[in-house]
Design a protein around this ligand. Structure first.
Ligand SMILES: Cc1cc2nc3c(=O)[nH]c(=O)nc-3n(C[C@H](O)[C@H](O)[C@H](O)COP(=O)(O)O)c2cc1C
Length: 141
């Protein structure tokens, strides 16, 4: 419905300003992704804690093909609605666990955006991304 895309695009603008080279993919398949570098996953939750349809293929491919993700560092941002659903941000936690199961280390904490509290989540995202990008820069030191 657009929230995740909006957040991803906003983050891209911020990271580009800091000189990061970014590429946004919307519900990619595994072969469209580099398996070396940094992934920042932005994912809303649909249907009782489930993954949105457009990211189900990637999750299936990771779980079945068990790719080597040892060259990846990643961050996670979830979007959901805590007042309407018990399974708040369930999808990002599922994805996060799936990637962790491949022995990949997450950089930073998961950011959970509660869409009713942060209808325009820029402020929240901007604070989080400032800290996250510092951690990414530190990886190279
Ligand atoms: C049918 C439906 C089911 C949802 N289920 C959940 C849920 O289980 N947990 C949650 O935290 N949010 C849930 N949400 C809230 C969405 O995650 C939220 O509206 C989000 O902004 C949607 O982002 P998107 O537009 O990128 O898909 C649900 C929304 C809809 C419409």
């Amino acid at each position: 419905m657009g929230s995740a895309e909006y957040v991803a695009e906003h983050i891209t603008e911020i990271l580009e300003k800091y000189g990061f080279d970014t590429e946004v993919t919307y519900g990619p398949s595994l072969k469209e992704l580099l398996t070396k570098g940094i992934w920042l996953i932005v994912c809303s939750t649909h249907e009782a804690g489930d993954l949105p349809e457009n990211i189900q293929l990637l999750a299936k491919e990771i779980s079945e093909e068990k790719p080597d993700l040892s060259q990846i560092n990643y961050g996670s941002i979830g979007i959901g609605s805590s007042k309407e659903y018990d399974t708040f941000c369930g999808a990002i936690h599922k994805l996060d666990q799936l990637i962790k199961d491949h022995n990949v280390k997450r950089v930073g904490e998961i950011l959970e955006i509660d869409i009713l509290e942060h209808e325009v989540p820029e402020d929240l995202v901007e604070v989080w991304i400032e800290k996250w990008k510092e951690k990414i820069i530190d990886l190279d030191k």
